[in-house]
Design a protein around this ligand. Structure first.
Ligand code: PRP
Length: 174
């Protein structure tokens, strides 16, 4: 598959991440927030974001499978990895690469609320509002984009392209 165009350049990504980090720093300074990176796609955004926040914080990981446990085809999301740090009474920021239909995040946020955090916010780098199938909005959004198939900056196509420093649109039908 070949790249058709660059949608968001590395420079624009880094500049927007810096703005988001400044906003989070302002709101969470002194609260020792728990940054919850949703594997795998959010790995790169999380790494950039926390390095720019420049306040005491903790990092943990969570993973959701959208396809059940492999033996069923229910389409129900399943928690594949739970956080190792106790969320109770913590200020939790869920960090995602993309909010698409919303199914994964609505499921995840509901599960996390059951863990009784002091506060729970959602931060996504990319939001595709046109694709939404369930009601959910992020508290912090990097870029709202139209419905196109993007890769890079953590986002994959068959596990490829995650390491690209920019977000691009692939040629279709190749
Ligand atoms: C992506 C993304 C979100 C989810 C969003 O993860 O990181 O978790 O899809 O889609 P939705 O809004 O339609 O639920 P994916 O399942 O591709 O896993 P990955 O991060 O490991 O690539």
């Amino acid at each position: 598959m070949r790249m058709k165009e660059v949608l968001i350049s590395e420079e624009k990504i880094q500049s927007r991440v810096a703005e988001m980090a400044a906003e989070l720093k302002h709101e969470y300074e002194g609260k020792n927030p728990l940054i919850l990176c949703v594997l795998k796609g959010s790995l790169i955004f999380t790494a950039d974001l926390v390095r720019k926040m420049d306040i005491p914080l903790e990092i943990d990981f969570i993973q959701v499978s959208s396809y059940g446990n492999g033996t069923t085809s229910s389409g129900e999301p399943v928690l594949k990895k739970v956080p190792s740090i106790d969320l109770k009474d913590r200020h939790v920021i869920v960090v995602e690469d993309i909010l698409d239909t919303g199914a994964t995040l609505r499921f995840l946020m509901k599960k996390l609320i059951e863990m009784q955090p002091a506060s729970l916010k959602l931060c996504t780098f990319i939001d595709k509002p046109e694709r939404r199938k369930v009601q959910i909005e992020a508290d912090y959004v990097g870029y709202k984009i139209p419905n196109c198939f993007i890769v890079g900056y953590g986002l994959d196509c068959a596990e490829q392209f995650r390491g690209l420093p920019y977000i691009g649109i692939l040629e279709e039908d190749e």
